[in-house]
Design a protein around this ligand. Structure first.
Ligand SMILES: [Zn+2]
Length: 121
């Protein structure tokens, strides 16, 4: 009976591995590359946070902001954050992150003059 149980576990693990592989090959690095470059993260509230570290793991990335927040984001060009980074650049920077003005300026001019994703791959 114990053998039956372990077989079920083995199947579950390999199915998960297959899914992980699919996700891995489908990944689109553009969004993470952009974040890595500009080091800014738009929070849901519309405030820009400074990214302290970005750990990419397949389709997901663990983002740590300068104000101490850590969260996982999915790599998607169509996500709220990706759209935000592309379209808006209102400079409501997080005070705790101390995002320098030059960075916001550079970000805004980069967004205005470059097409999404160009030169990042
Ligand atoms: Zn912040």
């Amino acid at each position: 009976m114990a053998g039956k149980g372990s077989t079920a576990v083995a199947i579950a693990v390999s199915a998960e591995a297959v899914n992980a592989k699919k996700r891995f090959y489908r990944k689109n690095v553009g969004f993470f590359k952009l974040m890595e470059k500009i080091k800014l993260w738009p929070a849901r509230s519309g405030i820009l946070h400074g990214i302290k570290s970005l750990k990419v793991n397949g389709d997901f990335a663990e983002v740590t902001t300068h104000c101490g927040e850590t969260f996982v984001v999915r790599n998607s060009r169509n996500s709220r954050a990706a759209r935000w980074l592309r379209n808006k650049w209102c400079a409501c920077a997080c005070k705790a992150c101390k995002v320098p003005a030059w960075k916001l300026e550079k970000y805004s001019t980069t967004m205005m003059t470059q097409k999404w994703g160009s030169g990042l791959q």
